[in-house]
Design a protein around this ligand. Structure first.
Ligand SMILES: [Zn+2]
Length: 131
């Protein structure tokens, strides 16, 4: 808690993120969180990420299984590494930074959680992602 910077924190690879990045990251976290909650049982751990202070972005904890933790870490890393500004929609982008199993998986997650949000009246979030 607090903003006191210990030496350990300074040496970590953190940087300031833009408002846009922040909202994309938040959306990604919600989508993967919903997907895991609805589809996976078993042991889950609140998501944390070494490049960012997740709590600054989303106060609620997002418990994820191991697979979803891996997927979300990958997604956030890719989002932070996105070379385009402004970022195009991923499916229209020439870079295609999601590869192999991650690409298939994130599609599944987006589709599932998108439907979930429609059913639960969360069009505000959906709009945000599809704009
Ligand atoms: Zn999961």
């Amino acid at each position: 808690m607090g903003y006191a910077q210990t030496q350990g924190e300074v040496s970590m690879k953190r940087r300031a993120i833009s408002k846009k990045e922040r909202s994309d990251i938040r959306t990604l976290m919600k989508f993967v969180g919903i997907f895991c909650m609805e589809n996976h049982d078993g042991e889950k751990v609140p998501f944390s990420f070494k490049m960012l202070d997740i709590k600054e972005i989303e106060k609620a904890e997002i418990p994820l299984c191991q697979d979803c933790t891996r997927l979300l870490s990958y997604g956030l890393t890719m989002r932070l590494k996105c070379p385009h500004d402004p970022k195009p929609m991923c499916k229209k982008c020439e870079t295609q930074c999601y590869h192999g199993e991650y690409k298939a998986k994130i599609r599944e997650v987006m589709k599932f959680s998108g439907m979930y949000m429609i059913k639960h009246g969360r069009l505000d979030m959906l709009y945000h992602y599809l704009r």
